[in-house]
Design a protein around this ligand. Structure first.
Ligand SMILES: *Cc1c(COP(=O)(O)O)cnc(C)c1O
Length: 396
């Protein structure tokens, strides 16, 4: 343990099990630690750094806006948030939005909006159906929304109004629907739950059920939005439009910003029913605008799709050598490699030593979520490191 690690242990609430590296610098898909060692970053700030580290368009936007106006109250108009809103609306199926600061906060806002809809158009319905193995954030209400009992148990009793049902089962959603149900909230691809892909037809069936029952369909695209799955938004990959969509991680490319977006029919907030001090601040919005514009103009989702195919092909090619690989799955640059044994912790530790950052999304699965600007050579380097590491672990 070096001095920084000792100090962290002394001062921090013990919630995070960090890998032993103190990161001090980043460029593109690479980060450097305080010893000068360099790593290929396939964690990317947790699926955040879509343009990689310290991309020039982000650095320029930060410099320019920081010298102009950093924060101003939402009591007044400010230009970057309006420009960003326009760009998001012109490129999505949604009509109205609200800016906030984190994924959990965006989801909270989406749930509040759905409850308003229930009061106004659903006879007071307020319950939201979510999926098991989902992840919607760490606030108390989003802990109840998150269908993972081990996240909820330390904090019971849970806030009311959420029902967690099996993912990929339209029957489970139908059975859980009552006159109190107002919405269904799903991730188009479950990220934290292990990169779980919806079965063919599932999201379409949920959309049809919501239409029949006057329920709102909320897509939590905090992880899947902004090109991650190879399309600008995840809903486009599956051809199913949500009534409400939440965004965060990739939206700012590394500055904290989030949003929830609604179709006209669900845009039912009245003045003073919701708010945020920092939400939509000029600095964060100017950076997110520069990121979004770059993502769209340079077809970054297309790069995610092509590099993702190379990554999955590379990982699939390892299967011949390592029969304990049981699955390679993903869309775009959200990919998981699953094993028949619980080796992801030691594998991530060895990858760190070899200069590759990865996430052990499950005890038996690794997650790959590199910057969307990653190159073919970098993908090949990552696959080669994983191959070497599995070779070490796979020795009897
Ligand atoms: C990361 C994540 C969240 C939470 O976002 P925070 O910014 O950490 O609050 C919510 N939903 C999904 C799908 C996520 O991946």
């Amino acid at each position: 343990m070096n001095d920084w690690m000792e100090l962290e242990k002394k001062y921090f609430l013990n919630t995070i099990k960090r890998s032993p590296a103190v990161m001090v610098r980043g460029e593109g898909a690479w980060v450097w630690d305080d010893q000068g060692k360099k790593y290929l970053d396939f964690v990317a700030g947790w699926a955040v750094n879509c343009l990689g580290h310290c991309h020039p368009v982000m650095v320029e936007a930060i410099k320019e806006q920081a010298a102009q106006l950093i924060q101003v109250s939402n009591q007044y108009y400010s230009i970057p948030q309006i420009q960003l809103a326009q760009l998001l609306m012109e490129n999505s199926c949604l009509d109205k939005l609200f800016f906030c600061n984190s994924g959990a906060e965006a989801n909270e806002g989406a749930i509040k909006l759905a409850r308003r809809y229930g009061k106004l158009h659903g006879n007071g319905a307020y319950e939201v159906i979510t999926a098991l193995k989902s992840f919607h954030g760490r606030t108390l209400a989003m802990t109840a929304a998150t269908g993972q009992p081990n996240f909820q148990e330390p904090y019971t009793p849970m806030p009311q109004g959420f029902v967690n049902v099996e993912f990929n089962s339209i029957e489970a959603i139908k059975l859980a629907t009552t006159p109190q149900t107002v919405a269904v909230m799903l991730e188009p691809v479950q990220g934290e739950g292990g990169v779980n892909i919806p079965d063919r037809g599932y999201l379409e069936a949920v959309r049809r059920w919501c239409d029949e029952q006057n329920l709102l369909l909320i897509f939590d695209e905090v992880q899947t939005g902004i090109g991650r799955l190879g399309t600008l938004f995840g809903y486009q990959l599956f051809g199913v439009e949500p009534d409400i969509m939440t965004l965060a991680k990739g939206l700012g490319g590394g500055v904290p910003i989030a949003a929830f977006l609604a179709k006209e029919r669900a845009a039912v907030f009245a003045p003073r029913e919701h708010g945020s001090t920092y939400g939509g601040q000029p600095l964060a919005c100017a950076v997110a605008y520069a990121v979004m514009k770059y993502v769209i103009e340079h077809d970054i989702p297309g790069n995610a799709r092509r590099r993702g195919q190379e990554l999955m092909a590379g990982l699939n090619a390892l299967r011949g050598q390592f029969p304990f690989i049981t699955d390679v799955r993903g869309r775009g640059l959200l990919v998981a490699l699953e094993f028949d044994r619980e080796i992801s912790q030691p594998a991530v530790g060895l990858c760190l030593e070899e200069g590759l950052l990865l996430n052990p999304v499950k005890p038996n699965a690794l997650r790959f979520m590199p910057p969307l600007i990653v190159t073919s050579e970098e993908v090949a380097q990552a696959v080669a490191i994983v191959g070497r590491v599995l070779g070490q672990i796979g020795q009897p």
